[in-house]
Design a protein around this ligand. Structure first.
Ligand code: HEC
Ligand code: HEC
Ligand code: HEC
Ligand code: HEC
Length: 155
């Protein structure tokens, strides 16, 4: 069962292009979901309670022993926040606050928004399906037979 999932996942990864839609706002940095809590308590509570994204690191950890470093690096692109980008995921030890797929995988890096005390010009508010497709891409939708709706999986 586990091996089967690994194969399914790897297949989807190979087919997937790893363009995650997080490159807007170049200088801005990722800060992690906990940094949003004090001002957006409702979204925070809903997200951490109900969204699988809030635990997406677990999906990687349970399979990590079967995967090479190179394979793991591919997983991080979708299952963590901001992998390879300023402030984003580096490793579970160094950056535990961005180890899951948090608020910022959809809303983009939040540092400037947080530091400004909540300037709405500095965070992505309106989203489209394009903001999902970097991770929920065509081959993955086929492999898992699951296509998200824009308002699902958030809060
Ligand atoms: C292109 C983005 C992407 C990559 C790369 C990726 N995943 Fe995922 N993964 C997802 C998404 C999105 C889901 C949610 C299910 C879906 O819609 O496909 C998911 C779901 C899962 C699940 C849950 C499956 C289930 O049936 O509940 C596991 C486990 C998982 N991924 C492990 C991995 C591992 C291990 C890697 C690296 C080898 C990896 N993923 C790479 C995007 C990705
Ligand atoms: C799966 C993608 C996704 C994630 C993850 C996500 N959001 Fe959202 N968020 C959305 C969508 C979609 C909207 C509605 C945007 C629109 O109206 O076009 C939204 C709207 C919002 C709004 C505007 C008010 C509202 O509720 O409509 C706030 C504030 C917000 N999100 C904060 C957060 C915070 C804080 C987190 C993490 C705890 C988070 N979001 C995680 C997708 C996401
Ligand atoms: C210091 C308080 C503060 C923090 C911290 C904060 N926000 Fe906000 N945020 C606000 C305020 C104020 C607004 C405007 C009123 C509202 O929509 O709640 C806002 C609005 C938003 C919106 C809607 C933007 C729009 O176009 O309408 C999103 C999305 C959002 N925040 C996401 C986040 C995320 C993600 C984080 C964590 C990285 C975060 N916020 C952290 C104060 C904050
Ligand atoms: C950075 C990659 C990434 C982006 C961008 C992304 N997702 Fe996801 N999403 C994931 C991963 C990874 C999972 C699976 C988490 C797991 O089970 O390990 C997931 C799971 C989901 C689920 C499963 C149900 C649940 O409870 O979480 C829904 C629905 C979903 N995402 C909707 C969306 C929507 C809508 C958007 C765009 C607004 C979006 N996602 C953007 C990575 C992403």
């Amino acid at each position: 069962m586990k091996a089967q999932i690994v194969r399914k996942v790897l297949h989807a990864v190979v087919l997937a292009c790893l363009l995650c839609p997080m490159s807007a706002l170049a200088e801005n940095a990722y800060v992690g979901t906990a940094a949003c809590k004090e001002c957006h308590e409702e979204q925070y509570d809903n997200f951490t309670k109900y969204a699988k994204k809030a635990h997406s690191d677990r999906s990687i950890k349970i399979m990590a022993s079967d995967l090479s470093e190179a394979e793991l690096a591919q997983c991080y692109g979708c299952h963590t926040t901001g992998y390879g980008k300023p402030g984003g995921f580096v490793s579970y030890e160094k950056t535990p606050h961005v180890a899951d797929a948090g608020c910022e995988v959809c809303h983009g890096p939040g540092q400037e928004h947080v530091e400004s005390g909540g300037d709405t010009e500095l965070i992505k508010g309106k989203l489209t399906m394009e903001d999902c497709q970097g991770c929920h891409n065509e081959s993955r939708v086929k492999a898992f037979n699951f296509k998200p709706l824009l308002y699902g999986g958030a809060h």
